[in-house]
Design a binder for this molecule. Structure first.
Ligand code: URA
Length: 250
């Protein structure tokens, strides 16, 4: 088994919640494969003996409906206590581009849909406006949009690391099932979850990284852009989005 296969198996087991076959990364990325891949995790010798049949890496039956079914009436972390609806994700399940936000806000929690509040309206404008200006026919419904955590954190606080890790297995499965050409991480939480990066979004934005071989562009979260004192960042966010759209749709 070469290093790539070994890494894939370890990632697969990590998705299944088998924590003791890998060495925990400090930032607990969602099966991260960033620009600087982490060193191979420590493996228990007995786990990878040839006699043990290994499961398929990605079960052929995995799909967005199956993942949603597996989430069920989730009570895996404390975020279930305050939620009204689980916000799984929305858009084209065959999209070449996936946007990943942080977690549902009040309106998303009410409707069960991602990015439908003020930040969502701005995200829609950003996607459709940039596409139009760049001569592309692209609507919000053509891409897929989801979040790191599927339940609204109380008072819209940042999700805790354990919440991100628990829900991250579903995000990882969503991304694997969709297999987009690129991912756009909206804000620092999405960047941390996907890439394990500790740096702030101002440092990371505008750069390409990788999540399991899929290019990831980090940009500002639309909520950040709504604040009056961050208007200067809008131009940068538009540039980031332009780069993503050209990469995926040219
Ligand atoms: N902010 C997010 O990160 N996600 C949403 O769905 C809405 C607001």
């Amino acid at each position: 088994m070469d290093e790539r296969q070994l890494r894939q198996y370890l990632e697969f087991y990590q998705d299944l919640g088998m924590r003791d076959v890998y060495r925990r990364q400090t930032a607990s990325p969602v099966v991260a494969a960033s620009a600087d891949p982490p060193p191979p995790p420590a493996v228990q010798d007995s786990f990878l003996t040839p006699e043990l049949p290994l499961p398929e890496l990605l079960p052929a039956s995995d799909s967005l409906p199956k993942i949603l079914e597996d989430i069920g009436d989730c009570k895996r972390c404390r975020l279930c206590e305050g939620r009204s609806k689980i916000v799984f994700g929305a858009g084209n399940p065959q999209s070449r581009l996936v946007f990943v936000g942080e977690g549902p806000g009040e309106e998303e929690d009410r409707q069960g849909l991602p990015f439908v509040g003020r930040a969502g309206q701005l995200l829609t404008q950003m996607i459709e406006g940039t596409a139009r200006r760049e001569g592309m026919k692209l609507l919000r419904q053509d891409v897929y949009i989801c979040n790191v955590v599927k339940c609204r954190p109380p008072n819209n606080r940042t999700p805790e690391p354990d919440e991100m890790e628990i829900c991250g297995q579903f995000l990882a499965r969503q991304l694997r099932a969709i297999a987009p050409q690129a991912i756009c991480a909206l804000g620092g939480t999405a960047a941390r979850a996907l890439l394990g990066k500790k740096e702030g979004v101002t440092k990371l934005r505008g750069n390409w990284f990788k999540w399991n071989e899929i290019p990831v562009m980090v940009t500002y979260h639309p909520s950040y852009l709504l604040r009056a004192y961050n208007q200067g960042a809008k131009k940068e966010a538009w540039e980031d989005l332009k780069a993503v759209l050209h990469y995926v749709y040219d």
